[in-house]
Design a protein around this ligand. Structure first.
Ligand code: PRP
Length: 172
């Protein structure tokens, strides 16, 4: 069951406003091609993009990596981008960097398509040795290793619509 709220709706909103200002400053008015990693990033991506003043276009990619609460290590491309990204300033938007496998795989794939730039915006990053080498250019919060749900993050497809990020306790 849900153990406790880790990051409130208000804390997310205020952090996203700060991130949006950082992103606008970094791109200096250039058009941003925001790429959301389905499905978890949708809540983060929409709330973040609404705060930007830079021109933005949006696309989505979907890979499959999880079953239950464990990372399976298998990554499969389920849904590819609908637009070419060659020469574009791509901002990859992720809800959480856990092992980092998903992001590494997507970065590899998107870099091969020769974008002008490729940056990462992530709402959450777990503090784990596995993902230590993977740096988000724009990061909301660093969290511990616990399993989290809400604000896009699911447990077997449930709880994505919680307005906050909460810790799931499998034992309680
Ligand atoms: C989750 C999450 C990230 C990824 C992070 O997605 O949204 O994309 O796992 O894990 P990693 O860093 O260990 O690779 P998931 O595959 O569960 O799909 P979802 O977004 O549809 O929930």
């Amino acid at each position: 069951m849900i153990d406790h709220i880790l990051i409130s709706e208000e804390a997310i909103a205020s952090r996203l406003s700060v991130l949006a200002r950082e992103i606008d400053a970094a791109y200096e008015g250039r058009e941003i091609r925001a790429v959301g990693v389905l499905k978890g990033s949708v809540f983060f991506l929409t709330d973040l993009l609404k705060r930007l003043t830079s021109p933005v276009s949006v696309d989505f990619i979907q890979v499959r990596s999880y079953a239950g609460t464990q990372s399976s290590g298998n990554i499969q491309l389920v849904h590819d981008l609908s637009m070419d990204i060659e020469g574009q300033d791509v901002l990859l938007c992720e809800d959480v960097i856990d092992t980092g496998l998903t992001l590494r795989r997507i970065l590899e794939l998107l870099s091969s398509r020769r974008p002008r730039s490729l940056k990462i915006a992530a709402l959450l990053k777990k503090q784990l040795p596995e993902n230590a080498g993977l740096k988000a250019d724009f990061l909301g919060f660093t969290i511990g290793p616990e399993f989290v749900i809400g604000y896009g993050l699911d447990l077997n497809e449930r709880y994505r619509n919680l307005p906050h990020v909460a810790v799931w306790n499998p034992k309680s």
